[in-house]
Unconditional design. Structure first.
Ligand SMILES: [Zn+2]
Length: 289
């Protein structure tokens, strides 16, 4: 009997440690809410062995959809296949500014154009992304980034597609090119600009992506923006496996962290997670049309 209770104790402990935390990440009042993770790299090799489990866990916690981003043409076919395989998975195709250095522009753009052509009637295909400019890294030539970005904006304009943009330390330049090519639909991912810049993006028609970064209490500017910007202009994202929230600092990030990120946003804004989810569904739906 003593042995049995000993075993029961350990079984219970195992259950608590290995299973229950995933469900307890999310509080009772988050049940029956549905979230969209508007920026993931679900195709990343780091998820190879756990992908099925990771997405099931995210779905169990209320993440009903994800927008998976393309970054290099050699992953486009894999992304298309994953979107077919995993329910609630939508995708964008594009060439990320951090990866342009070894690429040949005409060749890469031709590959992107062919991928757009074969997906133009695919209901899971969202648009062009992840594209943009990065003013932070000095290892990627700025002019080459601009050439790739503008070539992809042209495709977005020609095919009437929204764009999903990487804008690190390049907020003003990005907006200048979007205006030039009359791009008025998409997401400025991981937004971290000023209130004035936020206003200009919103005016142009973009949604602003917020994720793990604002969960750090030291991120004062981001927290202020997340709290005060019009809710109709905000979308939530993880950028998994990158940009983990405060409670997973320096760890791999997953879509299943999104409900807790959402809960923090609801707390910041003083609204219920349910009310937040309702508005955010409207916001991300615009990108699906
Ligand atoms: Zn990304």
């Amino acid at each position: 009997m003593k042995n049995l209770s000993f075993i029961a104790f350990y079984l219970c402990r195992w259950h608590t440690v290995r299973v229950l935390p995933s469900l307890y990440d999310c509080t009772e009042n988050l049940k029956n809410t549905m979230w969209t993770d508007t920026h993931t790299h679900f195709d990343a090799d780091i998820f190879a062995k756990t992908r099925q489990h990771d997405w099931q866990k995210a779905q169990a916690l209320g993440v009903s959809a994800q927008f998976m981003m393309g970054v290099v043409p050699c992953h486009f076919a894999k992304i298309e296949k994953l979107a077919e395989e995993f329910t609630g998975t939508f995708f964008a195709l594009g060439i990320h500014p951090m990866y342009v250095m070894p690429m040949n522009l005409p060749q890469a753009i031709t590959q992107l154009k062919q991928a757009i052509e074969r997906n133009v009637h695919n209901p899971r295909f969202l648009g062009i992304g992840e594209i943009g400019l990065d003013g932070f890294v000095d290892t990627v030539d700025w002019h080459k980034q601009v050439d790739f970005f503008t070539a992809q904006l042209k495709l977005a304009r020609d095919y009437h597609l929204p764009v999903f943009m990487h804008i690190r330390k390049a907020q003003d330049a990005i907006l200048k090119y979007c205006k030039r090519f009359q791009i008025q639909r998409g997401i400025a991912h991981a937004f971290n600009g000023s209130e004035q810049q936020a206003g200009r993006y919103i005016e142009q028609g973009f949604k602003l992506g917020f994720g793990g970064a604002f969960t750090f209490t030291r991120a004062k500017n981001l927290r202020r923006l997340a709290k005060t910007l019009p809710l109709a202009c905000i979308v939530l994202e993880t950028d998994c496996p990158d940009m983990p929230p405060a409670w997973a600092y320096r760890q791999t990030n997953y879509s299943y962290h999104l409900p807790r990120i959402a809960e923090q946003l609801a707390n910041l804004r003083g609204i219920t997670p349910h009310a937040l989810a309702k508005q955010l569904q409207q916001n991300s739906k615009v990108l699906l049309q």
